[in-house]
Design a protein around this ligand. Structure first.
Ligand SMILES: NC(=O)c1ccc[n+]([C@@H]2O[C@H](COP(=O)([O-])OP(=O)(O)OC[C@H]3O[C@@H](n4cnc5c(N)ncnc54)[C@H](O)[C@@H]3O)[C@@H](O)[C@H]2O)c1
Length: 273
């Protein structure tokens, strides 16, 4: 028996949004697309282009996908969740403590819709989730290394990014804090921290820039109970080729599409896909 296509609303028509709209297969039907500047949306039926995001309630939609900006979750996450499942592509939004608890409370109590956080560049998600499920994860650190032109950084800096000539750690601290310093660059850290259940304040992060890099490098360190040689440790690294200045690595586009395919099957709660 053929399954009914899942109706999807896409919020944001930049690199990711355009890719998702153009690469949806028959298991999806486009319900609507929204972009701040609607003139950028090409090849989509006019009636599917939302001029005002508040009008999303007029559309029959099963899953709303945010690929615009963390601000969208701040304004719309619970409103979307009253109407459809929600997949926030900019999970750094949930570093805002008030929003995090409001939305997580909402999805736990809600009886009809779930929130699905896409793994994005966090290729190691399943290993994190497995340790969490076995109650074995006690500590986690995530390091991201990028070219300085690939980072929009609003935190304090000793040297301006454009003047950095060698590998330099520009941030070391909690994931929660770095999400506000580099909201567009550290979604991967936010995904890992949410999945870890350790809390965004307790997962540590390093942001490293290196003008020689032509890749986005992510390193994850997971620690179980015990000290020193008695401590269980997993360390993993991902090397993703990316042009200088690119914010999103090429493998991440396909990852989002695959996440969209996995974003179903729950009536409530927070899930990772
Ligand atoms: N989870 C991950 O691993 C991951 C990976 C890549 C990108 N992202 C996030 O996904 C989002 C989209 O990425 P992209 O590469 O397509 O970016 P992009 O800049 O190419 O596109 C973003 C689009 O959203 C619109 N937009 C920006 N701010 C907005 C706002 N406040 N309200 C409404 N519309 C707004 C822009 O006009 C643009 O059309 C970004 O927030 C980015 O940080 C997440």
């Amino acid at each position: 028996m053929e399954e009914t296509p899942r109706k999807v609303g896409i919020v944001g028509y930049g690199n990711l949004g355009k890719y998702l709209v153009e690469n949806m297969d028959d298991s999806f039907e486009l319900s609507f697309v929204y972009n701040r500047d609607t003139s950028k949306i090409k090849g989509v039926d006019g009636e599917k282009v939302l001029q005002n995001l508040d009008d999303f309630t007029n559309y029959d939609v099963d899953l709303i996908v945010e690929v615009a900006h963390p601000e969208i979750s701040k304004k719309y996450a619970t409103r979307f969740l009253q109407h459809a499942d929600y997949m926030p592509g900019s999970p750094t939004a949930f570093a805002d403590k008030e929003l995090e608890s409001k939305v997580l409370d909402f999805v736990e109590k809600d009886e009809s819709h779930a929130m699905y956080v896409p793994r994005g560049a966090m290729w190691y998600l399943d290993c994190i989730l497995q340790l969490v499920a076995n109650n074995k994860l006690k500590k986690m650190n995530v390091t991201m290394k990028k070219h300085p032109l690939s980072i929009h950084y609003y935190g304090p800096l000793e040297i301006p990014l454009a003047e950095i000539t060698k590998e330099t750690t520009i941030y070391s601290g909690s994931v929660r804090q770095v999400c506000s310093y580099a909201p567009n660059n550290v979604n991967t850290m936010a995904v890992a921290a949410l999945a870890s259940q350790l809390g965004m304040d307790n997962v540590t992060a390093q942001l490293v820039v290196d003008p020689q890099l032509e890749s986005h490098i992510i390193e994850v360190e997971l620690y179980g109970a015990g000290e020193g040689q008695d401590c269980y440790v997993e360390k993993a690294q991902r090397y993703n080729p990316a042009k200088k200045g690119a914010v999103t690595g090429s493998a991440t586009y396909l990852s989002f599409l695959n996440s969209m395919k996995r974003a179903h099957g729950h009536k409530n709660g927070l899930h990772f896909c």
